[in-house]
Each structure stands twice: as C-alpha cells, then as structure tokens.
Design a protein. Structure first.
Length: 94
C-alpha cells in the first residue's frame, strides 16, 4: 500500500471536502482518502498496482480543484505555477 499527501487549492467547505473524497475514493485500489480543509491536504492510501498519482491528481481536478504538491516516500514534488497570458490572466499548475 502507498501513502501520499497532496496539497490541494480551492477547497473551502464541507461540500468541497466531500467532492474530493468521493471522486478519489472511486478510483480502483483506493483504501482511504481524507481531506483536511484547514491544512488544504488530501491524504490517501492505495494499491499502487491499481492506481497512480496521476489518476489521483486527475480525480481531484475532476472534482474542480487544483493539486499543487504531492508528498510521498521520496519527498515533496510540486507542480510549477505558471502565469497565464491573454485575457483571462490567473495561474495554472503544470
């Protein structure tokens, strides 16, 4: 089993918490998915043969939120924050 922690931006209420947890828990091999709103984190435990960090990140994004960093057994990996150009402005994490 793998244990990881993700920093997630945009969650502010229990509805956000439930949306992320439910989307991630639906992934194959997922044992647990728990959001801490105050810490802006998602902690997961899953079977690495059945799902991947990329699938977890995609599930969080499907719920409408942004994964900023991932912490696993190898340490922290953060996604690059890039300023968008054009009329919309804002930032995107890649």
């Amino acid at each position: 089993m793998k244990n990881e922690s993700y920093t997630v931006e945009g969650m502010s209420c229990n509805h956000c918490k439930m949306a992320v947890e439910n989307e991630v828990k639906a992934l194959p091999g997922m044992s647990s998915a728990t959001v801490d709103l105050a810490a802006k984190t998602l902690k997961v435990e899953y079977d690495g043969d059945k799902t991947t960090p990329a699938a977890i990140k995609a599930a969080v994004e499907e719920a409408g939120f942004t994964v900023v960093c991932l912490h696993d057994a190898t340490g922290w990996r953060c996604y690059t924050k890039t300023k968008l150009t054009g009329g919309g402005g804002g930032f995107v994490f890649v």
